[in-house]
Write a protein that binds this ligand. Sequence first.
Ligand SMILES: [Zn+2]
Length: 910
Amino acid sequence: MHSFIRPRAVMNSTRTHYLLALSLWALAACGPAEAPTEMPASDAVMSATADTPPRGRLPDGVRPQAYRLDLELDPRRDDFSGNVEIDIELDNPSTRIWMHGEGLDVTAATAVLADGTEGAASYEESPVTGVSKVTFVDQLPAGTFTLRLQYRASFNRKLAGLFKVVEQGESYALAKSESIQARKFLPGFDEPGLKATYDITLTIPAGYTAIGNSPEMDREHAVEGMETVTFATTRPMPTYLLSLAVGPFDTVERAEIPPNEYRDRPIPLRGFARKGRGGDMNYILDITPRLVEKFERELQRPYPFEKLDIVAAPQWPSGATELSAAITYREQSILVGDYPAPGARLALLGLHSHELSHMWFGNLVTPPWWDDLWLKEGFATWSEPVVLTLFEPEGGHELDAAATSINAMQLDSLASTRAIREPIADNDEIRNAYDAITYSKSLGVIHMVDQYFGADQFRPALGRYIESFADGVADSPDFYRVIGEETGTPALTETFRSFVEQKGVPQLDVTLQCGNGAQPTLTIQQSRYKPLGSPIVDDEQRWNIPVCVLSDTGAEQCLMLTDAEQTVALEGTQCPQWVMPNAGGSGYYRWNLADAQWQSLARNFSVFTPVEALSIIDSAFAAFEAGTLSASNLMQVVQQSAQASQRQVIVAPLSYLRKYRWNYLTAADEPAFLQFAQTLYGPVLERTANSGNSDEQLLHSDLLSFMALTAKNPSSRQQLRDNAYAFTGFGDDRDADALDSDQYTAALIVAVQDGGAEFLEHLLAVRTEFDDPRFESSSASAIGRTNDAGQLSKVRELALSEQLGPREAFSLVSNSMIEPGLREQNWQWLRDNFPAIVARVPEQWRRSTPRFGDVFCNADQLAEVQRLFERYGNLAPGHQRSLAQTEEQIQLCIALRERGRTLATELSGG
Ligand SMILES: [Zn+2]
């Protein structure tokens, strides 16, 4: 799923950039700071002795095979009811089993044996949230039995489990189960490895749509304006992929996706959006058949389900979730009309290919437990650029992917980072795994392997891995084994293992030796990268790293670096002018060189490919933050990046520049920073101002936002403000074309900051009028950015009111911490009202609330953050990981202060 949620899916773009810069927004986070990595995941299973409810995985020996679920589900009401029968396989005779259920009112429980005998049973929820115990009056024999439960429950109103939303006066019910929320509406076995088939019958208001994981087979009249809908039996699936969407949806019927050489049957394709919005789904429905076919071709495997529904869900708490055959998106991600703005279009393409990829990675082959989340999320993230590059070769998707994996290195540089695969012993830790490490580092590692060992070797092996485990489960050892056998390349498996099982970014220190006509050599040392002030201890960690180097005197040379230090003889006898230690740019590592070598790289910047340029920029900032590269050498690299032609290269330094601007530059430095930014980016802004090229339009939006919000350039601000006024009809008639959705957030922030009480009043009045969820969401972020103390009481009232959705409330509060002018006041308010604020945000995001403090850069405020969570941590279960990362982030920010100040000297020409 996309609970992340890549950063851009969580929040509007401005906030995302800022968080990436300032704090390594880990897509979700929490848990004890460091889980001991040597503890086997199965400890969780072993600890669940007879009468202790398991805090993590359920005990072995009890497996569901089939569910028959029959619910009466009317979204206009506040609750729902029904019954479920579960066929269960028992390995040993038993008088009780553990299963899942949370907040369910179970009114009857019966066990039915294979011979039809019925026995009494009782169901009760245990002290461990979400875990329940079923006790049988008579001991059940080993073998198969059926558990029959009758129950009722309330619809959730905080976007978790089976939740209800009301939009434009209409009620909708939607199931959002990943990771462990199916237990809020279904008593069952809510673990990814416990796959079973489902036969679902729903009794719903007559004429309403019901969207399941399998085709609707039958619909008949029931009582009093209700109808009963029966769905076909599903393939074996885990609970987290269940779709139960009911409401007055618009249905958009499309032509079937025709059969091809991999699939002998057509796939019915439909779109669903809330009432009145079906017409905005054309873009995603138009591209879907081609994308599905690309996946089938690349994997040489058919799309695995009987139909494909694309659902635009109001208020969906993550960017999208890969519900089998009923992929469900936050509506603003896909209701883009026929001509989406460039950034919105790119985000849609990435999201959609990610979710389609899950139909194989995750849905057909499922990780047995959340510690192997990367096997679905890493592969789905990696397949995005692979398939999109086939879809539109000039789209720059590989460059976007390279930037994404480099972003993960910021989080991975912390001592408090995770390994891609780490044991998860407690249910509260599950959501920790949904972070940039699982998504973006996995993308980088898989890409490195694919490039080094060759797509022609790796990808067919991947298809055979899918085939081997179809309809079942596979963990990392299964993956390593099959990929190793299929490719016959043990080094490939070892590379995976060393990056997946270990945390941290490898740092390569590269030394060039030349002398007196002798063959020049490169000595490469590996260690774990650590920035200034880092608590990382050097414990001689080693990776198996595929390294390729390039110099101006010879061809690319590659080696597998496994030792602490290895030496490579370069071709020829001439001493090279420059050496590039990540040729091709696909290595997941950072590198460093002597000063003279850095200067030489900067001088020759234009000879490198865009992906190599991204590696140079990243390693330059990393070396600056580690205390080894000077501000002046760093600025040479930044200046070169602004001369590049690709958007991704030009914008790569922006997140760092934002961080330095906010944390290390004072008001006295502002004119110099503005001058610097104007010199670098003014010409690019001018060149791209009226471009017809969508990538240049996106570049223009990104730079305009940077100039207006970070450099405070008056003309950029005026431009955005005027557009926001025109778009919202402030003081004149509304011009709906004045602003594209990529610019909503930046333009509204400027308008809120410059437009005073009148504009804020106006925005509050119109924000829901346009029925544009993207605009509503951007406006919530922008309102949080007010810099007028006189408006604060109104803003805070809004934050705590039901006028904002839960996600919007979170955005407003985090944005209120950004502007330094009111930060102290807002922080005080946040601490005073923390319980009320936590109650307003989505349940799954509460663990991330320590990140409200990630804007800080001093010890007093660090202590305040710590005190806040000592007091209220229990309101945000699983917040420990996020808190540890926020604390470390603040400490690193403090440690970099002195270096950060050298930039000010550099900017003022000193
Ligand atoms: Zn995903």
